[in-house]
Design a binder for this molecule. Structure first.
Ligand code: ANZ
Length: 840
């Protein structure tokens, strides 16, 4: 067997990639005659080089794409770059280059890495979000949203990262610190652009129910994030002043247990009262130094001050103190609460600290007693100490109290969402300029004709100008113009950018980079259209049939992308799509697990990374792909193992040799009848195809698909293929393996397919079929005789009864010919062996 060439991954891979490339295999066009499949992996941030998490993400998506292609679909799989963002600025400062150069160089490097993996991308559709031809449409869309009132400007409290000098979204604040810088976050009030995602809260919530092919966990995370609560807004009149205080509660059943009201530090009434109380002013100041995201607010010591105001209980008429408390959030409900210390833990802690009354008004339904000295009793139960409401349960009390409050004009039912409007302004340089101009204290969107508003370039030419550039990115020079953020946004250093005329200036903030990734999936359908954002191609390709990405994007990115799809729909950009495809951009979602090494996430900071390039150098792309797909189910974490990689490589080498040995073998005459081994091999082949098809499709369990192929290849290796029939069957078995593993290890399989003597390249071949009759395990041959002469052989499931065998035999063409229309006078059947027709 010395004539069998060794498996040389590099040679093979370069050759096949060239072949795919030259024949434009992955460049696709809309074709209404064909069923489409749009497969998308979350595009990467061009950080410098690919890590194993990327490789895993892209291999999973590529496997699905190639599988779908084999099913005959017109498959789109694009790739691009989420190219704006803070790291580019930091790296540029550190490496004395510009964010643009740094980003572009990274893209070149990472693109080359991706190409080595042999991913079936339509590279003609490649896009980078920092390219004006991309972001002009984002700017255009923003103009439309401004017109519709979906985009608006508002002064608001924001989380300020004093080190990165930027505003952070709540979820970028982890334990009160900036997610990147680790700096303690401060509160700052600045003017910002917002998108009214809250208008879409209800549909973003109910839309989840239609997503049958999304992981339940992701949907639940989104539900929690949207956070719908049904409650009542109750009005408490103030005792000594005109006016009233509105509170939002989900527990109106506890109304008779209110012992004080509490307002947020940012509440207008608190600010008013602070003018008379230096202590209150000090508390408010203290609250501003800390972020008040919900999770962090929960962990604070509860502190507060009595404002001196008093409010009247709407039903009992009791006079209640109004406190200002740090655990009340200005962003939620009305920024004020009715406190029921007996039944709310925060209220209880606060009441304990400040010796406020704790009044039980709910008792457990099971008759147990509760001890309020230790903690609040927060469950639903039966009302007590509540006058005419005593004995009622939650829902009954909710309705009764709502009715009574309505009657006196002091209550209305409300739905609250935790989801806040999305602040999209960032005080950063490396982002999409927000397309707005200010003139005479008014703002307006930049005209469509003047788009794109291009980000000016910023280059560090030599170290002498570094200081200046540093100042530019960090922006510590204040200047004085009418926009409130001009002193903290880097672009305010560039008069050549922001100055339109003497009296007209551009916005200097840029968009949160989450905006770019909220619609890129749609733009991939028509990335080169420079007259429209989306077009007919969009109608053909959208929605994405399969989206693959990390669970870390389960909330924000996916929510924003779903939101933007609806925004585009409401602007008429999806009009050509069927109605049921206009709401949700991603039909099916796969969230891949992490790549670990030594039980820890593989990451630069932990120093436990494996360089994909080194691996490809050593083993070739197919081995890397196979290992990644074999080591764990796609949604579970994958523990890196060098021996696992070796194992994957050995398997490919063995298969290479096995198939080549088989090709060179010569079968003898068909001397032996088909035996049990033959039938059980036939059964195994078809069973494997059936299982692997299901693994690829419904289960998305690629590791078990690979395992099944490995078992089949072992069995084939041992299978005696002396006779022509058996030889042919073995070949069928190998062909099935080559096809079934080709989505995962496409290069080697391409060559093996050729070795097996096929002219049509594997990439054009369909997925293998299985025959249901061979799925039955236990089969045998039954000899058919007519008047004692052997006329045919039937392959049937062992134990088949006489009537079925008779029917099967008599419908056999050969037998029909011999019978020549005569009905047998007698039938003798020996189970699983022989059937004899006696004809006279
Ligand atoms: C009285 C009460 C009694 C409450 C009780 C709870 C238990 P969910 O369900 O998460 O929506 N709340 C309202 N606005 C708030 C704000 N701005 N900052 C902090 N807390 C606020 O939460 C609704 C409950 O959270 C409301 O119901 C209110 O406290 C509090 F036994 O009102 B409750």
């Amino acid at each position: 067997m010395n004539d069998i060439e060794d498996y040389d991954a590099h040679k093979l891979e370069v050759e096949v990639q060239k072949f795919w490339d030259e024949n434009h295999y992955f460049n696709v066009k809309a074709d209404p005659q064909r069923e489409k499949f749009y497969c998308l992996a979350m595009f990467p941030y061009p950080s410098g080089s690919l890590h194993m998490g990327h490789i895993r993400n892209y291999t999973i998506a590529d496997t699905i794409s190639r599988y779908q292609r084999m099913l005959g679909k017109n498959v789109l799989q694009p790739m691009g770059w989420d190219a704006f963002g803070l790291p580019a600025e930091n790296a540029a400062r550190k490496n004395k280059t510009s964010p643009a150069d740094w980003t572009h160089n990274n893209i070149i490097h990472m693109r080359a890495q991706l190409k080595r993996l042999g991913l079936a991308y339509d590279w003609n559709r490649e896009l980078a979000t920092c390219d004006p031809s991309y972001y002009r449409w984002e700017q255009w869309l923003f103009g439309k949203l401004l017109e519709k009132g979906i985009a608006y400007r508002k002064e608001g409290w924001v989380n300020w990262d004093p080190i990165d000098q930027t505003v952070l979204a709540n979820e970028q604040v982890v334990d009160g610190k900036g997610w990147r810088s680790g700096a303690p976050i401060e509160r700052k009030k600045i003017s910002q652009w917002y998108l009214k995602i809250s208008d879409y809260a209800e549909q973003l919530l109910t839309g989840l129910d239609a997503l049958g092919d999304w992981p339940e966990q992701v949907k639940q995370m989104q539900r929690n994030w949207i956070g719908r609560s049904r409650g009542i807004n109750i009005q408490f009149d103030l005792a000594d002043y005109r006016g009233s205080l509105d509170v939002f509660t989900t527990r109106p059943d506890t109304l008779m247990g209110v012992s004080y009201l509490a307002i947020a530090a940012e509440h207008p009434m608190a600010l008013q009262a602070a003018k008379r109380s230096p202590m209150l002013a000090e508390l408010i100041e203290k609250c501003h130094r800390r972020p008040t995201t919900e999770s962090t607010a929960m962990t604070y010591d509860k502190i507060g001050i009595d404002t001196g105001l008093r409010a009247i209980h709407p039903i009992s008429g009791e006079s209640l103190p109004v406190w200002c408390a740090n655990f009340v959030l200005i962003e939620y409900g009305s920024g004020a609460i009715m406190s029921v210390p007996a039944h709310d833990q925060r209220d209880w802690e606060f009441a304990k600290t400040y010796q406020l009354p704790i009044r039980q008004v709910i008792k457990p339904s099971n008759g147990d007693s509760v001890c309020l000295a230790e903690k609040a009793f927060t469950e639903h139960g039966i009302l007590c100490n509540s006058g005419k409401y005593d004995g009622m349960r939650y829902q009954q009390a909710f309705d009764a109290i709502l009715l009574d409050l309505k009657a006196i004009g002091k209550g209305r039912e409300t739905i609250q969402y935790r989801l806040k409007d999305w602040g999209v302004s960032r005080q950063r340089y490396w982002g999409v300029p927000i397309p707005v101009v200010y003139e005479k204290n008014e703002y307006r969107a930049v005209n469509d004709d003047d788009l794109p508003v291009i980000l000016p370039s910023a280059t560090v030419r030599d170290s002498a100008s570094l200081t200046e550039t540093e100042g530019f990115f960090k922006n510590d020079t204040a200047s004085n113009t009418q926009q409130s953020n001009i002193d903290i946004s880097p672009l305010s250093q560039r008069a050549d950018f922001y100055r339109v005329t003497d009296t007209c200036q551009r916005e200097v903030d840029t968009f949160d980079t989450f905006v770019e990734s909220s619609w890129y999936y749609a733009r991939f359908t028509c990335p080169h259209n420079d007259t429209a954002m989306l077009d007919e191609e969009t109608a053909y390709w959208m929605p994405v049939d399969q989206y693959v990405g990390g669970i870390e994007h389960a909330i924000l990115h996916l929510l924003y992308a779903r939101f933007f799809y609806r925004l585009m729909r409401d602007l008429g950009l999806l009009d050509k799509l069927p109605d049921n495809f206009k709401n949700e951009p991603f039909k099916r979602l796969l969230t891949q697990g992490m790549v670990l090494k030594g039980g820890m996430k593989m990451s630069k900071s932990k120093g436990n990374t494996v360089d994909p390039n080194d691996l490809i150098d050593k083993y070739g792309a197919d081995t890397v792909r196979l290992f990644i797909m074999f080591a764990a189910p796609p949604t579970k974490s994958l523990e890196w193992s060098d021996s696992g990689v070796e194992g994957a490589h050995r398997f490919l080498k063995r298969l290479w040799r096995q198939i080549n040995v088989h090709i060179r073998a010569q079968p003898t005459e068909n001397i032996v009848p088909r035996n049990t081994e033959f039938y059980s091999m036939q059964h195994l082949i078809h069973k494997t195809i059936a299982k692997v098809s299901d693994d690829y499709d419904r289960r998305q369990s690629f590791n078990t698909a690979i395992a099944a192929n490995m078992e089949l290849s072992n069995a084939l290796d041992k299978f005696d293929s002396q006779s022509a029939d058996a030889y042919q069957l073995k070949r069928e078995g190998y062909e099935a393996i080559v096809k079934m593993l080709s989505p995962i290890a496409p290069h080697i399989m391409h060559h093996l397919w050729q070795h097996l003597g096929h002219d049509t390249p594997l990439i054009d071949c369909p997925w293998p079929h299985y025959q249901t009759e061979f799925l039955q395990a236990d089969r045998c041959d039954v000899i058919v005789q007519i008047n004692g002469k052997l006329r045919a052989r039937l392959n049937v499931v062992r134990g088949t009864d006489e009537a079925s065998i008779k029917e099967l035999a008599l419908s056999d063409n050969k037998i029909r010919k011999y019978m020549n229309g005569v009905t047998p006078s007698k039938v003798i059947y020996v189970k699983d062996k022989i059937i004899n027709f006696v004809c006279q």
